[in-house]
Design a protein around this ligand. Sequence first.
Ligand code: TYM
Length: 342
Amino acid sequence: MTRVFSGIQPTGNLTLGNYLGAMRRWAQTDQHQTDSVFCVVDLHALTVDQDPARLRRLSRQTAMLMLAAGLDPEVCTVFLQSHVDEHTRLSYLLECVASDGEMRRMIQYKEKVARQRERGASVRLSLLTYPVLMAADILGYGADEVPVGDDQVQHVELARDLAVRFNQRYGHTFVVPKATRPAVAARVMNLQNPTAKMGKSDDSGLGVVYLLDEPDVVRKKIMRAVTDSGRSVEYDREGRPGIANLLEILAACTGGDPEALAGAYESYGALKKDTAEAVLEVLEPVRARHRELCTDPAHVEGVLRDGAEKARAMARPTVDAAYRAIGLLPPAFETALSAVGR
Ligand code: TYM
């Protein structure tokens, strides 16, 4: 059976981009059709400065929203990355097959470094090695597929490269994974700046629809989305990014096609209104389940505890095999050496 792995960082409140680009597919298809593993990647969050209490709160909230989005622990595995040591164990080995140059070429690294330098903040070393930890997340579970939004495709390609390189040098150890992207809304853009991605850490929040925004707030944000001075509704990502973004969001929420939907509208106002209502319809069940889960934190804790146990059992054999393949002695090395005849 196909193994799927994906993750989400608890660095801020989850957004419509996270939902349409990744989480919705996890819940609606991946978990039913594959052997799926989904992770709150809390260690990744530490690549930038975090207030410990806020990180704890957001880690819990992210897990809760994954369940609220429909992940069912009966059919998939949901856990926190820091609860399973295999991720960091494997990450170090992969750092020993990755090169400094390929890390520095990662687009997200370059963008984040530029932003941090602008603010005069120092850059953590872990920001540079972050894609290797992400590769370890994926390779440790033998994942065939990694459902992500556009911005993570380059990182999944690095995981592929590292798997191939490790296998060539040390013998077949890892499954070579591939990224899968949604047909529409693989890159939901910021409503106030439609040439930038809708991200969790946008400072003003006006251009970002958060999953837990109240309906009136969602309406206001979408009705105020930046468009352009044109009048006709056309699907043109380069020339009309604001309108194209709304059409993609509407298409993703209603199951339509952005180009075809463009022909159905004569005014920006009507497009915005329908987009807002379609987004609310998609988010309402998530918000309702989230409210329920908030009343039962012990349930969520139990899910994460069981999930970590399952995840550990899945990742351990592969990570142990990688340790042996690269030349590290297992703890009981006398027995192991005689077993392989050396
Ligand atoms: P993160 O936490 O930034 O985002 C989680 C998922 O949401 C997708 N996404 C978007 N999709 C469309 N439009 C957007 N505006 C948008 N914003 C976010 C992301 O592509 C992602 O699929 N490095 C990863 C987390 C990670 C991971 C992994 C993912 C760590 N280890 C292993 C897959 C497999 C990240 O920062 O995602």
